[in-house]
Design a protein around this ligand. Structure first.
Ligand code: G6P
Length: 608
């Protein structure tokens, strides 16, 4: 989704802006632009539709040594992707970049007759509105921004510069992240700390309702009501290696393959294998509070939602007297749902910025329910607004399709469930097998990835020609099937849907023909035989089946079988999900598509 960068300092602003925008590319975008201003107040604006490489081609003819500038990658919300709609937007002597949506832009536009609009965007309306207060430049820019923002409804992260004063950037946020990096002889702006890595380790995360005037060596923050804010400088934890491909052709493959290590980070210091217990410091709930919990609501979007579904199956298995409800954030935020007493909400988000998830968090908090974040991005909005939380610590996830975050989100939630179970006095004989498997899981993941990567690479090619796929599973393998289908459709554009095996006869069976392939997940266990019978039903209709199982005796005449050798009994579905991830990756590579940035999608969806 949209990204913002800004620079004011001693060095070349264009260089930082381009490198910063490249770091934000992974978020998904369809156009980009930068503007810099020289000491005499002359601006150089360059914008281009499509990739940042298009912008760089134009930049080659407009190289400047200006020391201040702002830049943007745009993911279209109002108006098509085009050069005119790309940011920065100009109004008078001002330039603005904006993330988010100004909901009342039509109404505001009515009053801005003086400005000749060049784009269809809500962002240009905001630029014009700020300019209407700024006038001839005698009024301080920060004050003009504040006046305008008091009238704007919606969400924003903005950066504004003026030709009158090529020494200051004014930034503000409400519902869309903004980070100020404190550099050496420079101050940097970004919507995501990853753009700052390698330039500085010190950052100030702006809060909603704050406006900052930034120069090369000062940061002055106030609220919209002009109250001064004392800035808290925090350390950026990400390092350069974490945001580079590290020898892999794509981030997606890198992130799939680094799951043994990323899961280890999730577990670090939290598993006590000797006692067979887990310890989570972050949620901040006392034993008594944990004991009281009767209901869990798990909120997320996309992969985070699927992680919640899978975790819920597990939590219900070992925690008595507790109900778990997993909800899609964009739906839940508008439901008139009654939250029972003694509930706790788990807010699951890799980025910690997803607009719908954040809105749910705020709604749930209003009802007085305790909220616990299961978040990856340190210092993100959700991480800061929840009452307590558990960071999954998987490091930056760059590929739009989420992989390593899923695995760690599931386990982090299961660990939270186990802490409730412990507090409620569930016997250690019930809890211990989970803890033991969690402890062994990173290694099992390493083995599965090592053992099956090549097989899947070979097999996946055969399925690149299909247009439709069905993923099937039951019990814990059902959310696994859902996540597998999501992965495939996200990156390969194959129309993939998941069903619970038991639902086959209630409709989906009618679909089976030569245009479909079927991915069937059959983990050993109580429901294995039933899943085998369901697979037979598919075979009887001529379905092309790929079976994924850890049952040695599996012998149905399927087209392909991937037999996983593992000592796991509980978390086999997580291992099966690795197969789905690799499969989606290799199908997409075989189709020659953009693996890390699928069309129409964004990594962090900060608008509704
Ligand atoms: C986007 C991403 C998905 C992700 C979802 C939720 O759609 O493309 O990969 O699962 O948002 O993101 P979050 O950051 O809240 O986990």
């Amino acid at each position: 989704m949209c990204g913002i960068v800004g620079y004011v300092g001693d060095n070349n602003a264009q260089d930082f802006l381009i490198s910063g925008l490249k770091r934000l590319e992974y978020r998904g975008y369809d156009s980009a632009g930068i503007v810099t201003i020289n000491d005499d107040g002359k601006a150089t604006l360059i914008r281009a539709k499509g990739k940042i490489s298009n912008l760089e081609e134009r930049l080659a003819r407009k190289k400047r040594d200006d020391k201040i500038g702002i830049g943007h990658t745009r993911w279209a919300t109002h108006g098509e992707p085009s050069e005119a709609n790309a940011h920065p937007h100009r109004a008078g002597k001002l330039y603005l970049v904006h993330n988010g949506i100004i909901e009342n832009y039509k109404e505001l536009k009515e009053h801005l007759k003086e400005h000749e609009f060049k784009s269809e965007t809500d962002s240009e309306v905001l630029a014009a509105l700020i300019n209407s207060f700024y006038g001839d430049g005698k009024y301080p820019l920060a004050n003009a921004v504040v006046q305008a923002l008091k009238l704007a409804k919606g969400t924003y992260g903005i950066a504004v510069i003026s030709e009158d004063n090529p020494n200051e950037i004014v930034v503000a946020r409400s519902g869309s992240p903004l980070v100020i990096g404190i550099g050496d002889g420079a101050t940097l702006i970004a919507s995501d700390a990853s753009a700052l890595v390698g330039h500085t380790k010190r950052a100030i995360y702006l809060n909603d309702g704050e406006v900052a005037r930034v120069t090369k060596n000062s940061v002055d923050i106030k609220t919209l009501n002009a109250e001064p804010v004392s800035a808290k400088v925090e350390e950026i934890e990400t390092n350069l290696a974490a945001i580079q491909k590290g020898g892999y052709e794509h981030f997606l493959l890198k992130e799939i393959m680094e799951q043994p290590e990323s899961l280890m980070e999730t577990l670090r210091g939290r598993v006590n294998i000797k006692d067979g217990t887990v310890r989570l410091g972050g949620p901040g709930l006392s034993e008594a509070e944990l004991r009281k919990i009767k209901h869990l609501i798990i909120v997320g979007c996309g992969t985070a939602y699927h992680a919640g579904l899978l975790a819920a199956y597990y939590i219900e298995k070992f925690t008595p007297e507790i109900t778990v409800e997993v909800v899609i954030a964009s739906e839940y935020r508008y439901r008139q749902a009654y939250v029972p007493e003694d509930s706790v909400a788990l807010i699951v988000s890799q980025s910690g910025e997803t607009a719908d998830t954040l809105a749910c968090l705020r709604e749930i908090k209003k009802q007085g329910v305790k909220t616990i974040g299961i978040v990856n991005a340190i210092g993100s909005t959700i991480a800061r607004e929840v009452d307590g939380g558990t960071y999954v610590h998987v490091g930056p996830e760059i590929s739009v399709a989420s992989t390593k975050a899923f695995t760690s989100q599931v386990i982090a939630m299961v660990m939270f469930g186990l802490t409730i179970a412990e507090a409620k006095g569930v016997r250690n004989t019930i809890i211990r097998p989970y803890v033991e498997e969690i402890f062994k899981l990173p290694n099992e993941i390493r083995e599965v990835l090592g053992a099956y990567q090549n097989t899947i690479k070979m097999e996946a090619k055969k399925y690149a020609e299909y247009e439709h796929a069905i993923y099937l599973g039951r019990d814990t393998a059902y959310p696994t099937a859902m996540e597998g289908a999501l992965k495939l459709k996200e990156v390969s554009y194959i129309d993939a849907n998941a069903y619970a095996f038991g639902e086959l006869k209630h409709g989906p069976l009618a679909l089976i023909d030569d245009r479909f392939f079927v991915m069937a997940f059959l983990p050993k266990g109580e429901l294995y035989e039933k899943a085998v019978s369901n697979t037979q039903e598919v075979l009887a209709r001529g379905g092309h089946v790929i079976a994924v199982t850890n049952e040695d005796s599996f012998d149905l005449p399927v087209e392909n079988v991937i037999k996983i050798t593992t000592s796991m009994e509980i978390f086999t579905p997580i291992l099966m999900n690795l197969i789905s991830q690799l499969f989606a990756y290799y199908v997409t590579v075989a189709k020659g598509l953009n693996v890390d940035q699928p069309r129409n999608l964004a990594k962090s969806v900060t608008v509704e």
